[in-house]
Design a protein. Structure first.
Length: 107
């Protein structure tokens, strides 16, 4: 496994990635960095943890809004019990709400 040093919102991280996956990983890092910097620069949220949660939710929402059915040429069968992206996003939001507990609203 290859290791790559990246920067997200001014902080360095060393991430592992498979051979040949560097471009996809760097694209994901850039997406997360842009989203987090955008939230920070809006000035409403200061805590890194809250910025990270909001960025994760925004990215998850973007993914949920994409068409769920892959093109016919690369379609793969769903396994029993496998849900749609929106179900996964709903579960993620519930887990974040539980983790935040009494912390109140994100903004």
């Amino acid at each position: 496994m290859k290791q790559i040093e990246v920067t997200i919102m001014g902080q360095s991280y060393i991430l592992g990635c498979t051979e040949g996956g560097e471009a996809a990983l760097l694209e994901a890092v850039n997406h997360v960095d842009r989203e987090m910097c955008s939230i920070r620069d809006a000035g409403k949220v200061k805590a890194r943890e809250r910025i990270a949660v909001l960025a994760a939710l925004n990215i998850a929402y973007e993914l949920a809004e994409r068409p769920t059915a892959p093109p016919a040429a690369v379609a793969r069968p769903q396994h029993a019990g496998e849900g749609h992206a929106s179900t996964d996003v709903d579960a993620l939001i519930r887990r974040i709400d539980e983790a935040l507990g009494q912390d109140g609203q994100l903004l």
